[in-house]
Write a protein that binds this ligand. Structure first.
Ligand code: TXA
Ligand code: MG
Length: 340
């Protein structure tokens, strides 16, 4: 059931969470499916509703720095990492950054998939903050079925999870449009496990060089970076097969397909070659001027729309690397069946 955000519905949502129920709510990145992080029954319900495998741990959302230590144990970090935590949390929280930190033993194993670490995020969306503040620590993956497109609107949640959860709080379309950046602070150097709504460049400006991608093999407890169990090759996928194209020139003349361009100029060049394609429904542009932040905000939203329209394929143009382009390209490559 979808209700718009208000004081009343936030109270109702908080009561549901306190009773062990599940509520989908807007964040600045994508909609989350929330449950009380300390209630194993709620956590099990999240995995069941999403059909998510138990090896893929959840992000614990907080709305007050004093709640950080409910989930994580910053004191167990080496001093350099503790300083990075201080800099990053004061600079980028609340916001689209998730930090992997040593966990508290009290946190249920279901939340962390039994890892020695916990993922923590302090979102900036006002409705998310209001709701989380009333609970303390809310476990929330993106509110989609496992492996599918992440929701940027309440209706996307209802389509995928309707009937399986207690309430959907509708706060309109999300602003950032892509999930948070997941940054592991447990290793000798910070490592981005998932590029997302906070660009690598911004993190490096604050704390120096960061490594990128899953750790190879990981390291001994406390030394090496954590494993990143959720970083599956295939993920974030529409129902329609998606083909990732290196540039507009690789997009073929396929009348049954929908096309997703990064910029207006790519679309113009494509149309100069294939003028018959001009249709709003079939051709989407992530950002007219080619702005990566705007493109990220439109990314899942446009994919949902194209997915619903019943094309045989979606051809999508790669974004330029750097900034939020890295997160867009990460999602595109996981969504694609093959690349051209
Ligand atoms: O923007 C977001 O992060 C959204 C909103 C709702 O906050 N949440 C989200 O959650 O994207 P989810 O569950 O879809 O993705 C969480 C990612 C997964 O890839 C998971 O494997 C990883 O974070 N993760 C969680 N705990 C981890 C841990 N202890 N170590 C490494 N990776 C972890
Ligand atoms: Mg997800």
């Amino acid at each position: 059931m979808i209700v718009s955000v208000s004081r009343n519905t936030l109270d109702r949502a908080a009561a549901i969470l306190k009773a062990g129920g599940l509520v989908a709510f807007p964040t600045e990145t994508v909609y989350g499916l929330g449950g009380d992080a300390f209630n194993p029954r709620a956590l099990a319900g999240i995995f069941a509703a999403k059909e998510r495998p138990f090896f893929d741990p959840l992000i614990i959302h907080i709305a007050d720095m004093k709640d950080l230590e409910k989930a994580a144990d910053p004191g167990a970090l080496p001093p350099a990492a503790r300083r990075r935590l201080e800099v990053l949390s004061s600079k980028f929280w609340p916001g689209p950054l998730t930090l992997i930190l040593p966990r508290r033993p009290e946190l249920p194993d279901l939340a962390t998939s039994g890892l020695a670490t916990a993922a923590v995020r302090f979102p900036s969306h006002p409705a998310a903050r209001e709701l989380i503040r009333r609970i303390g620590a809310v476990a929330a993956p993106s509110a989609n079925r496992f492996g599918r497109l992440s929701p940027t609107r309440a209706e996307h949640v209802e389509e995928q999870l309707g009937g399986k959860i207690d309430l959907v709080l509708d706060g309109g379309r999300t602003g950032v449009g892509l999930e948070s950046t997941v940054l592991d602070l447990c290793g000798a150097f910070p490592r981005i496990l998932r590029p997302g709504g906070l660009a690598r460049e911004a993190i490096e400006e604050a704390v120096g060089p960061v490594a990128m991608g899953p750790a190879e093999g990981g390291g001994p407890a406390g030394e090496g970076p954590s494993a990143s169990p959720g970083m599956l090759k295939s993920h974030y996928a529409p129902g329609t097969p998606l083909v990732l194209c290196g540039s507009w020139e690789d997009i073929p003349d396929d009348p049954a397909a929908a096309l997703l361009f990064f910029s207006g100029s790519s679309r113009e060049k494509f149309l100069a070659r294939f003028p018959l394609y001009d249709s709003e429904l079939r051709l989407k542009v992530l950002s007219g001027p080619g702005d990566r932040t705007e493109a990220a905000a439109n990314f899942f939203d446009m994919l949902h729309e194209l997915d619903r329209a019943g094309f045989s394929r979606i051809y999508a143009e790669k974004a330029p690397d750097g900034g939020l382009g890295d997160a867009i390209n990460d999602r595109l490559s996981r969504a694609s069946i093959f690349r051209k």
